[in-house]
Design a protein. Structure first.
Length: 386
């Protein structure tokens, strides 16, 4: 779940809670006159090189199946205090980006034009983020926790972390053969054919990770837990990578995200602070009373990557439920077309009789021999190190 999705969902849950407040009997509240389409803006202005990414969306009605609707028609631009400006380009799914080596010594603000309205952020002074001191991990009660440590300072005391996970997984069966339609026969894979038993998959931040160095001795944040990988997870089945992005933010941003974090951990709690109480730093210049959800930050981020091998957390058992029903069948030549074309089976190895010749092939479904069918990719990522 992205932070944009979390904000939209929390808003809808808070709205529903207010509508139902004080009711003793179940009912369907009238919500037709409530503004369901509130602008949600999330992002970070990256200075000193790197990519600025801004997400723009609107909330959906409380009972809608979608938490938010990405906006693909906005005009998004960045302005500097010296009068310079840059246009951000749509990347898809409501995400707008800018690759520009922005100066670290200027203030910036974001401008968004959409649906006939113009929205401006407050002026933002970039904060230079200290380097990540360490990414560590620890196995406890079968799970593996991943931590980050960093040194705060007088200028950088409030921090937010995001991460991207990448890991290797394998299909239960490996095929070295394929069915050749022209020859109507099974043939060995050539060096030009790509093996399909090993894939890379990925995930990204699913919760809000923030902390203040004020609560730590000497401003040193020691082992702030970022995530926990549950036992039996395929992520640690062979080799795993986590890329952590650390950003120093100002106190107002920290207060905003702390309120969002509390709601995301306790949605529906009667005494939880509701998103209607939150004040972001984006405003409609023609209608200052219009609610806008979200907070834009600015600064230079720090990144660090950590790899974890299976042997680092042994013993580690993997369970991939998609593969529970995988099985092997035998296919003889007269059934090749039925199995390998119509039924999406894959030949694995020759089926040979004891003391006799080979009369067919062992086979399994493509889903059990082609790992990419579970959403992974066969190509090794450019950053990956063995």
């Amino acid at each position: 779940m992205s932070m944009k999705t979390a904000i939209a969902m929390i808003f809808r849950c808070g709205l529903l809670l207010l509508l139902c407040w004080g009711c003793k009997e179940p009912f369907e509240p009238e919500v037709a006159n409530i503004d369901h389409s509130i602008l949600v803006v999330e992002g970070h202005i990256e200075v000193g090189g790197g990519e600025t990414t801004i997400s723009v969306a609107r909330t959906r009605p409380v009972y809608d199946s979608l938490s938010h609707m990405p906006i693909h028609w906005a005009i998004v631009s960045l302005e500097a205090e010296d009068g310079s400006s840059w246009s951000l380009h749509l990347q898809g799914n409501g995400d707008y980006s800018l690759l520009e080596p922005l100066s670290e010594s200027q203030d910036y603000r974001l401008r968004i034009q959409t649906d006939g309205q113009t929205y401006l952020s407050d002026w933002l002074t970039p904060i230079i983020t200290p380097e990540i001191s360490e990414i560590s991990f620890e196995k406890n009660a079968g799970d593996v926790s991943i931590y980050v440590s960093t040194q705060g300072n007088e200028r950088a005391q409030y921090f937010m972390w995001e991460y991207e996970e990448t890991w290797i997984y394998q299909s239960p069966y490996r095929s070295s053969y394929k069915y050749d339609l022209e020859r109507r026969d099974v043939v060995p894979l050539t060096t030009d054919d790509q093996l399909t038993f090993r894939c890379w998959n990925w995930d990204r931040t699913r919760q809000i990770n923030i902390s203040s160095s004020e609560s730590y001795q000497n401003d040193y944040i020691y082992q702030k837990e970022l995530l926990k990988i549950g036992s039996l997870s395929e992520k640690l089945g062979e080799r795993y990578s986590i890329l952590v992005t650390q950003r120093a933010i100002d106190r107002d941003a920290f207060v905003f995200w702390e309120a969002i974090r509390k709601n995301s951990n306790d949605i529906g709690g009667i005494f939880s602070p509701l998103p209607s109480n939150l004040t972001g730093n984006m405003h409609n210049i023609d209608d200052p009373q219009e609610p806008v959800i979200g907070y834009i930050t600015a600064g230079k981020s720090a990144q660090k990557r950590q790899y974890i091998n299976r042997r680092d957390v042994d013993p580690w058992r993997i369970v991939i439920e998609d593969y529970h029903t995988c099985a092997v069948d035998t296919v003889i030549p007269r059934d090749y077309n039925a199995y390998f074309v119509q039924s999406m089976f894959v030949p694995l190895s020759p089926y040979c009789l004891e003391g006799g010749g080979c009369i067919g092939y062992f086979a399994t479904t493509r889903a059990c021999a082609d790992c990419s069918m579970r959403g992974g990719v066969l190509e090794r990522p450019d950053f990956w190190e063995d």
